[in-house]
Design a protein around this ligand. Structure first.
Ligand SMILES: C[C@](O)(CO)[C@H](O)COP(=O)(O)OP(=O)(O)OC[C@H]1O[C@@H](n2ccc(N)nc2=O)[C@H](O)[C@@H]1O
Ligand SMILES: Nc1ncnc2c1ncn2[C@@H]1O[C@H](COP(=O)(O)OP(=O)(O)OP(=O)(O)O)[C@@H](O)[C@H]1O
Length: 280
């Protein structure tokens, strides 16, 4: 039976500016997004009986239609009109409800995987159109490059020369609802938006970008998330920020040895999820 084994990476947001609220409740954003090599493992196989089946087995993540990966496969089967069976199993490695885009990445990977497995020949642009209906972060994972993301996060521009960095992810096990964060965001009149460079050459330039308008909302409700930034800086990070809607905080490092040591010490001392990963 034909099957694919795929990796679905996490993301961090180096920058997240909220520019306004749209009539449909979504927010206009300007983000800088970067994938990192902490990955969920996904197997997609053709099956005899028609329909989509998803197993995940991780507490807090549904099997079946409640899983965003199920909705991704179902959307593609409907679009293609194919009456086949698809079996998906997901081994979650990315913390859930953590601002790392794990669900969105699973969905993107399933869209790309089912497209390949069934030989549908859909372009990435078409898969992104399907993906944005599943979640605003999904198109970025199909784009597969560091990106400036505008609109609701789906208008993507590739960035040049973004340096390869070591990133330490720290998650204290707090599940944050993205919907709750956006609902509790107080929009104020911002300073005219600063210009975001389109090309980069150093860690310092990336550190100068670090800013996230959702941080005050999540840190107001969970002050520990704000404290994680100090913990990472004390462990040698050159810059630190909450990713997405949280609760993961990341630190940026130029040296592998310092990053690995920071992750090991933070994990040991506080018992939190802490991992040294690379940008991809
Ligand atoms: C926080 C980020 O992860 C940053 O990359 C994204 O903005 C959220 O992406 P996502 O989880 O894929 O978003 P969706 O699943 O489409 O939406 C989750 C919730 O966030 C809100 N949401 C999302 C994206 C956006 N531009 N404005 C919003 O207000 C939606 O109203 C929804 O209630
Ligand atoms: N494949 C999946 N992986 C993770 N969560 C999923 C999945 N399918 C459905 N969910 C549900 O989505 C919610 C959180 O998803 P996810 O882990 O992607 O959040 P997140 O990392 O905060 O995302 P984002 O950074 O895009 O806001 C949970 O309530 C979870 O049950």
């Amino acid at each position: 039976m034909k099957k694919l084994q795929l990796l679905a990476p996490a993301k961090v947001n180096y920058r997240l500016d909220v520019l306004g609220k749209r009539p449909d409740g979504y927010h206009e954003l300007r983000m800088i997004m970067q994938r990192v090599d902490l990955c969920d493992e996904i197997e997609i196989a053709l099956a005899d009986s028609p329909g989509v089946r998803v197993t995940c087995g991780r507490k807090g993540v549904p099997d079946g239609p409640g899983n965003i990966a199920w909705r991704a496969a179902d959307a593609l089967l409907k679009l293609s009109g194919r009456e086949v069976g698809i079996e998906i199993s997901i081994a979650k490695k990315i913390p859930v409800g953590a601002g790392l885009g794990g669900g969105s990445s699973d969905a993107a990977t399933v869209l790309m995987g089912v497209n390949e497995l069934l030989g549908l020949g859909l372009s990435d642009e078409r898969l992104m159109e399907v993906g944005v209906k599943l979640g605003a972060d999904v198109p970025f994972f199909i784009f597969k490059k560091p990106a400036l993301a505008e609109g609701i996060g789906d208008r993507l521009t590739a960035l040049e020369g973004v340096p390869s960095l070591w990133v330490v992810l720290v998650n204290p096990g707090i599940h944050v609802s993205t919907a709750w964060v956006y609902q509790n965001l107080r929009l104020t009149t911002r300073e005219p938006a600063t210009i975001i460079p389109r090309s980069y050459s150093s860690l310092d330039e990336v550190c100068a970008l670090l800013s996230n308008d959702l941080e005050p909302v999540t840190c107001g409700r969970f002050p520990l998330v704000g404290e994680l930034k100090e913990v990472l800086i004390a462990a040698g990070a050159r810059g630190s920020l909450m990713s997405g809607s949280g609760s993961t905080v990341f630190g940026l490092f130029d040296k592998e040895s310092v990053a690995r040591q920071a992750a090991a010490e933070i994990g040991k001392e506080y018992g939190w999820f802490a991992a040294a990963v690379r940008t991809i």
